[in-house]
Design a protein around this ligand. Structure first.
Ligand SMILES: *Cc1c(COP(=O)(O)O)cnc(C)c1O
Length: 488
């Protein structure tokens, strides 16, 4: 299996290089030259999570042998996850809810970021790897856990100083591991992501890297997307086994979306054989994507909102570039669109491309008020608490059904644990919100009748190790000095 850049289809690399480098030198993202096909669903339906993961990941990364993939899968999905199912599915009145937050940092990013470091170990050919990662909250901590003390890897995480929840910030600031650094940027997530992309072209960074390989743990890395395909299949078969879906019957997925990585993995699942009808993208108040999916116009020239679902506070969704390519297969057109996005902050796609995208993708958004209401309603009517990101998705499902009358069986992706966002949830439930986050956790725990996960409980005792905030103009030089230090 080979990979090519969305901005130059003749720029072809093997899967090891695609994983190792994350982003292509021309600024494009890697896509497989053709999509493989899974075994018949009849065969796959009895597979465990681990067996599905081995099968699907090996289709995309066939340069690694089966034994290597199996080891990566077994190391990734072990007792770091609090359930053997890895991504269990809960049944709600109107949908299946696949819980993607049972990993070490309690967000869906763990699914991919437990795997990526494992495969990088096989991909690096003995070289030292420097991994730069921008985070809107969850990727950072998941990467910090995944790469902690992994040989030949170094990790720098940057997050927006005021753009993550207190618990998310504390999780990152208290991280352990000799090979990791964390800094915050006086800006928003888009600034962080732009800096990481810029670092690839920056001379100072290149010089300081020397023989080190620069990589990324963001979902621009194909090694992040592929492991995420697995739970689309896993949750589908769960619904089949419960008799909610017939085998080969079509299903809709609703995905709370930010950088468009998770939902794109759903599209990959469709392309390799999962019978998906619609992929419904759920946005919060930063609804660039739902606007794009209905109008064909992408326009980031708008004000940026900090919301209760911070991991979706994004105005530039990097992975959309991959969908754009797959919907026109014209690299020079993609270059044109991306350059317009960079220069003007917007672009409009032609109508044939729009039609093609709309065959599968729908987009809606939920306001802060919708999101709070949904949390409250699910609690009152079904006695279940969901985090704000999941709530955005559930609210969008409600909207979609009201507008279209759709009765297609649906699976909603639940992307984070409630314990990452205690204050927002208490506020939604209209109970008094304590000033202190750990007090809020206790209160949430007693309302949910569920223990605070141990890695969150212990944050209170852990010393803060990283506390640097840098101005945007100093980010690249700060990266460079961390890189120099890492080499010694
Ligand atoms: C990252 C994240 C999302 C958005 O996923 P993308 O792949 O960026 O679209 C949604 N919810 C949570 C909790 C997240 O951490």
């Amino acid at each position: 299996m080979k990979y090519f850049s969305t901005r130059d289809k003749n720029n072809i690399v093997d899967s090891k290089q695609a994983i190792l480098h994350g982003l292509s030198e021309d600024g494009g993202l890697y896509l497989p030259t053709s999509f493989p096909h899974v075994l018949p669903l009849e065969k796959l339906q009895s597979f465990s999570y681990h067996e599905l993961a081995c099968h699907i990941i090996h289709l995309f990364f066939d340069e690694f042998n089966e034994e290597e993939i199996r080891q990566c899968v077994n190391n990734a999905y072990d007792d770091k996850f609090d359930t053997e199912e890895i991504t269990p599915v809960r049944q709600l009145k109107d949908c299946g809810l696949v819980e993607l937050f049972h990993g070490p940092t309690y967000a869906f990013k763990d699914v991919a970021l437990s795997f990526l470091p494992q495969i990088m170990k096989y991909a690096n050919d003995g070289k030292e790897i420097m991994i730069l990662t921008a985070t809107s909250g969850d990727t950072g901590k998941a990467a910090l856990e995944g790469f902690k003390d992994v040989a030949h890897t170094h990790l720098i995480v940057c997050y927006p100083e005021d753009g993550v929840s207190k618990i998310q910030k504390r999780q990152m600031q208290t991280s352990l591991g000799k090979n990791v650094s964390v800094l915050s940027i006086n800006g928003n997530f888009d600034d962080c992501q732009r800096m990481v992309k810029k670092a690839y072209q920056d001379k100072l960074i290149r010089d300081s890297l020397d023989t080190m390989v620069l990589s990324s743990a963001n979902s621009i890395n194909i090694g992040r997307l592929v492991p995420q395909i697995v739970y689309y299949f896993y949750s589908y078969f769960n619904q089949v086994s419960k008799g909610i879906l017939g085998l080969n019957e079509e299903v809709d997925f609703v995905v709370p979306t930010g950088n468009f990585g998770d939902i794109l993995a759903g599209y990959f699942a469709k392309l390799i054989g999962l019978p998906i009808h619609h992929l419904i993208s759920a946005s919060n108040t930063n609804h660039v994507l739902s606007d794009f999916l209905s109008t064909g116009i992408y326009d980031r020239n708008r004000s940026f909102h900090e919301t209760m679902s911070p991991s979706m506070d994004i105005l530039i969704s990097s992975n959309l570039e991959r969908l754009l390519y797959l919907s026109c297969e014209d690299d020079s057109y993609i270059k044109e669109l991306m350059s317009s996005l960079e220069k003007e902050g917007n672009y409009e796609i032609d109508s044939s491309m729009k039609d093609r995208i709309q065959e599968t993708f729908l987009g809606y958004w939920a306001s802060e008020e919708d999101c709070k209401k949904e949390i409250q309603r699910r609690y009152e009517e079904e006695n279940i608490l969901v985090d704000p990101h999941t709530s955005v998705a559930l609210s969008v499902l409600r909207k979609h059904r009201e507008l279209t009358g759709s009765t297609i069986p649906t699976i909603v992706l639940s992307t984070a644990s409630i314990f990452k966002f205690p204050k927002s949830i208490l506020e939604s439930l209209k109970v008094e919100v304590p000033e202190d986050d750990f007090e809020a956790l206790n209160q949430l725990s007693s309302i949910a009748n569920e223990e605070i996960p141990k890695n969150i409980q212990k944050l209170k005792e852990l010393p803060i190790r990283f506390n640097t905030c840098v101005e945007k103009e100093d980010v690249l030089s700060t990266f460079a000095s961390i890189i120099k230090e890492a080499k010694q």
